[in-house]
Every structure is written in C-alpha cells, then in structure tokens.
Design a protein around this ligand. Structure first.
Ligand SMILES: [Zn+2]
Length: 448
C-alpha cells in the first residue's frame, strides 16, 4: 500500500513536470530538417528548445512561446564542427567560427597551447555573452627534438609547456599521466616527417607503441598526425584510432591490401583537412582571395599575404609537386581533390568515420574554410547529406560526444543553423545563414 502511495505521488509529480514542458525557450516552426544523422530531409517539422537542449521534434505546431522563428521555406542543420583547429588569438577567431555556424571546434595543439591557454579557450567557449564555439582539445604535442612541428614551424615552442620533446620511452608513462589530469580528448602525437623537404626524422615505432599503450592505460585516446601511408601504417600498428589528417595519404585499392585490411579491422576515425591543399594554392587564385574579401569578416593583413613573394613561391612549389604527382601539366584544384575524395568515399561507404576539419592557418580561415572544405567534397563527388554528417555527427563521434552533440535529436545540445537555401541542392548553400543557435541561444553574427 505504502508502495502504491509513493507510486501515485511520483506519477503526480511527473504529470506536473510534463505540464511545465509546454513552456519552451525557443521554437523553430515548419522547417525543413536535415538532422545530421544522414537521414533524408524531413519537411514541415517544428523543433522545441528548452534549457539549451532540443526537447521536442514533431510536426505539431508549438506556438506557446514568445521566441518563435518561422522556419517556412528554410532549412535547419546541426551546428558545424571543425575537427582540426589552431588559434593564436582565440578572442579574434572565435566570433568568426560562430558567424559561419561553426559551434564546436577541436583544437589539436599549437605553440601557444599551455594548460592555461587551453583553459582560457574552454572557458571562452562555455560562456554565452560573446560568440564562441564549444572547445574540445588534445594535449600538447608529443614529439621529439629536431622533429615536426618544432623544427618545421616557427613559434614559441616550450618543452614541457606547449610541447613534449620525448627523449626516451621511459619518460612516456609519466608524461601521459601528467596530461590526462586535464580535460583532454586525447594525446596529440606527431609521427610525421614534416610538411615539406628537407624532411625531419619520424618518431620511432617503439615510442609510438608506448604512447598508445600508456594512453589506453589512462583511459584516453591518441590523435596522431600522419602525412603519408608509411606513417598511417605506423599509427595503425600501434593501435591508434584517430588520425588528424587525411591529406598526404593515397590509397591504391589494388596495391595497398594490407593497409586497407588494417583500416577495416581497426576502424580509425580520420579528420579530412583537404583545405590544406587549397590553402597552399590560394596566392595563385586571386578570385578566391576576392571572394573572402567580399565577406568583410577577415583582416586585410591576412588576405594581403596572397601578394607576399614567400607565399607565392610556396604555392608555385606546391603546383610543381602536384604536376609530378598527378603526371599532368594543367593541374586544377578539382584534380587534387578528386583522387582523395575517391578514396575517402570508398572507406566511408565501408563504415570508416570521417570528420571534417580544416587545419586553420594561412589561407585556411576560421569558420569560412569549413564551408570550403564541404565544397571540396562536393567537387569530389560526395553526397551532400554525407558531407553534412561528416561536419556534424561524425565529428561529435570522433570526440566521443555523440550522445550530447552533433545532430538535431531529442536531448541533444541545441546547436543549429537555420539556412535560407537548401544545402542538399548545392552545399555552398550552407553559407546562406539566417540564424546561428548555440545551446539554444541565438548568436550575434559579425556586422549584424
Ligand atoms: Zn594542425
């Protein structure tokens, strides 16, 4: 009897609670929904948001709120996720990400990334006054003396603060323990031999194996930086599950049977970063620079680097590399993209997780370039629904945040972009942004 009374009181409380749930903080009504899961678009859907989360998705009209956005003729997609970001000035960069609907980012180290800098970025991402994306990040780079990125990129790399220059495998146990005290998604490990000649040495296999082993012991993951098939093999041999670049990998499905077998067995996640290839070519294509200029979001100082002789020379070197590699005189961006997307498509269709990421840097711009990354995949023949999933749910999956983020489903954080045009017709319509919503709050965009 006592039990029945408790049950009765309990159901009464639930009834009261569901009455309150009619009150929503925000409703987007009658919209075309592309939810990020890869499911086809649904029409005439209404989305209800409360306390920063999506709490109702149905076609019944929810008009009991003052905050109603009429979604008629518009398209709703999840907030975008850039899975490979560096920032030397987050207060400058973060509003730009949000302006372009990028509501989550994954920072994979950098020469400023002390524990304090990471903490400041996380805190900035968690406040709702100034537009800023949610921040996920790795540890500081694990690399070695004279290797990438310390030798290849200038910057204030400080051993023990922004980078760990490992001298001996015996150091690794302690270092992994040290970095896992912080809220990292995993360890950033640089295996690669540098972005361009003269090559530096790769990290020895014994170091890589030990880092992965210690990471597993401490309940974390390794995010490895590889830039060719040899390095991908090294990472997979150590059991690494996350690769922060696809760029540089070239799979021949006839030749590389062992590598393919390893990929299908271990099912790693890859970040795409095709924008690196486009970024290298920017100074040779004034129309790209002008398109960015018309956005009125980026500093002229950054854009005028396209006239810098150093950057122009770098672009020309890059073109000659592609001429050799592709055995083609008149190399177009589409040629560079096609063979990579072709490989990615096969692996993607066989269940390998790909997440979009740009590797922000010169001519790879916060927010804007994630849309360019999507356009490169469309250029390579990938389906728009899949491209959107790679930029949303797949990224959240790589961050192990798929239960709370990455798609427009009940119970998830309300990060969404309302578009004026249909991105399934043309992926560049992801730039026809009407409203950006982060944690249920409408974000202020630049120059509004
Ligand atoms: Zn990077």
């Amino acid at each position: 009897m006592k039990y029945l009374i408790i049950l009765f009181v309990f159901s009464f409380l639930i009834a009261c609670k569901s009455k309150q749930s009619d009150q929503l903080d925000l409703v987007i009504s009658n919209v075309n929904l592309i939810d990020g899961t890869g499911m086809p678009m649904k029409t005439n859907v209404s989305i209800g948001v409360r306390d920063g989360k999506i709490v109702a998705i149905d076609s019944a009209l929810m008009k009991s709120t003052e905050n109603l956005i009429d979604g008629t003729g518009k398209f709703l997609i999840p907030g975008l996720f850039d899975c490979h970001v560096h920032s030397s000035d987050f207060e400058r960069d973060f509003p730009k990400f949000v302006h372009y609907g990028v509501t989550s980012i994954f920072i994979t180290g950098g020469s400023l990334c002390t524990n304090e800098y990471y903490a400041a970025m996380r805190a900035h991402g968690n406040q709702d006054t100034i537009p800023a994306p949610l921040v996920f990040h790795t540890s500081q780079h694990f690399t070695m003396e004279g290797r990438h990125p310390v030798k290849t990129y200038k910057g204030n790399w400080v051993d023990g603060k922004t980078v760990f220059l490992i001298k001996d495998t015996l150091q690794i146990e302690g270092l992994v323990k040290e970095v896992t005290q912080y809220p990292i998604v995993g360890i950033k490990l640089t295996i690669e031999d540098g972005p361009h000649p003269p090559w530096v040495e790769r990290m020895p296999q014994a170091f890589i194996n030990k880092i992965q082993k210690e990471a597993t012991k401490n309940g974390t993951d390794v995010f490895a930086h590889v830039s060719d098939n040899t390095e991908l093999n090294m990472a997979l041999d150590a059991g690494i599950k996350n690769l922060v670049h696809w760029t540089g990998i070239d799979i021949d499905f006839q030749r590389d049977t062992l590598l393919i077998k390893k990929i299908y067995e271990q099912k790693p996640s890859f970040v795409t970063t095709l924008m690196i290839d486009k970024g290298f070519l920017y100074p040779l294509f004034p129309e790209w620079v002008n398109a960015v200029r018309q956005e009125r979001v980026f500093d002229e100082a950054d854009l005028s680097k396209a006239n810098d002789p150093g950057y122009i020379a770098r672009s020309k070197d890059n073109i000659s590399f592609w001429k050799d590699f592709l055995q083609k005189e008149d190399v177009q961006l589409s040629d560079i993209v096609a063979f990579q997307v072709e490989d990615i498509k096969v692996l993607y269709e066989n269940g390998i997780n790909f997440a979009l990421g740009t590797d922000t840097g010169p001519f790879v711009l916060p927010g804007y370039s994630l849309h360019e990354e999507m356009q490169l995949f469309e250029m390579g023949g990938m389906d728009q629904l899949d491209i959107i999933k790679m930029g949303t749910l797949n990224a959240a999956t790589m961050m192990k945040a798929q239960d709370s983020l990455g798609s427009i489903e009940n119970g998830k954080i309300a990060n969404m972009i309302l578009l004026d045009r249909n991105p399934l017709e043309e992926i560049s319509n992801t730039m026809a942004i009407h409203t950006v919503i982060k944690r249920g709050i409408i974000q202020k965009r630049i120059e509004e």
